[in-house]
Design a protein around this ligand. Sequence first.
Ligand SMILES: Cc1ncc(COP(=O)(O)O)c(C=O)c1O
Length: 454
Amino acid sequence: MSTPPLASGPQGPAALRPLLDTVLDALDGGRTARGGPLPAGGPAAVAARMRDALGETLPDEGDPHALHTLVHALAEGSADPADPLCTAHLHCPPLAVAAAADLAASALNPSLDSWDQAPAASALEALVTRDLAREAGLADAVVTTGGTESNQLALLLARETHPGLRLVCGANAHHSLPRAAWLLGLPDPVVVPAPTGTLDPAALHTALTGLGGPRGSVLVAATAGTTDAGLIDPLPEIAGLCAAHGARLHIDAAHGGSLLFSDRHRDKLTGLEAAHTVTLDLHKLGWQPLAAGILAVRHPRDLAVLDRRADYLNADDDTEAGLPDLLGRSLRTSRRPDILKIAVTLRTLGRRGLATLVDQVCARAREFADLIHHHPGFDLHDRPTISTVLFRPSGACDEAVAAARRTLLTGGRAVLGRARLGDRLWLKATLLNPAVRPDDLAALLKLVEGSTPR
Ligand SMILES: Cc1ncc(COP(=O)(O)O)c(C=O)c1O
């Protein structure tokens, strides 16, 4: 067998072009075979189809059709965030231009652990991360695999500068925050009630007063865009309390951070600039393929705790001779240039283009909420702050709400999320698809109506 072609080098483009046609063809065929937002039949049917498509994982002889077969099977069995009825999670339909840029990253394969593996990518990352941090009112940023890693890193940076650190977060905080405290060997976090879905400043004041301790030994984590309801904690009040009590402030803006791009919605993030660290995540409301996380920091020196020496990557004499030292830009070693697709997207759409997308999904969510509000068969939880809408069939018990969601999932007809708020179970629509039309939302409600057991 001849050597399989490489993705880069002189033969790369010629080898990739027909393969791309194969991939695009398989994506289209798989989507058509699926015929809806996700595959019908539930987990057993999907697993059986995938088992058939895969056959033997490592056959003695290779199969030249494997690319088409497996991409087709993956597309057929995917929950497609570009389908208007796929609205459960912060799972965005990626922009075509971002996916295309990601192909270049895969083909060239720069690895951001040393300059000699990623000369241009490392320069691009340094420029774009700093500019993104400035959008949030901070000084520098590092690229992560998403909100979870950004939150972990924020806690690590705080712990390294403030031994004995204690995390204080709302009951509405993302699960990755208490988990990061566990991972880092910190004491259990103090969890402040958030009965209405946002962190209660009076309860935070009580918690901070009770904790005392030296300045900086408490890290308060607030949320700008909760996972369940897209709510934004009262950031200015929280920042004021942190300043008064000498606590550090981390803001998890994994969900809401992209409101910064919109003139119409940016004010909702007032207070973000007071944080010591901010989690951003462009694979949510930034229309990037996974992964596109960012952790922004107020002081570039905060990142110094990540510095490490490994002679094969950043020998002292190389650094002294001017080779950029990249090991301190992440906890990972080998690292994809996720910054490329982000930079391409920012430049291609510009601030106005991104703002239009943000404004569109927020407007669609408001329209959907209005539709629900005026529908006699549904209860609306509240008007959306970003683009999450919680609703439930009127008079249905929690079990019926949960069953309706599962019926739609296993029938392959709609992907809705679920959230528990105010002691009731709600259906959750997180609208991240700017192409969704009002008709689609009306159709979604009809599907829920027809699937709720009475
Ligand atoms: C507020 C918030 N923070 C963090 C995360 C974790 O992000 P990721 O899944 O990219 O790790 C999420 C995920 O939904 C989130 O909603």
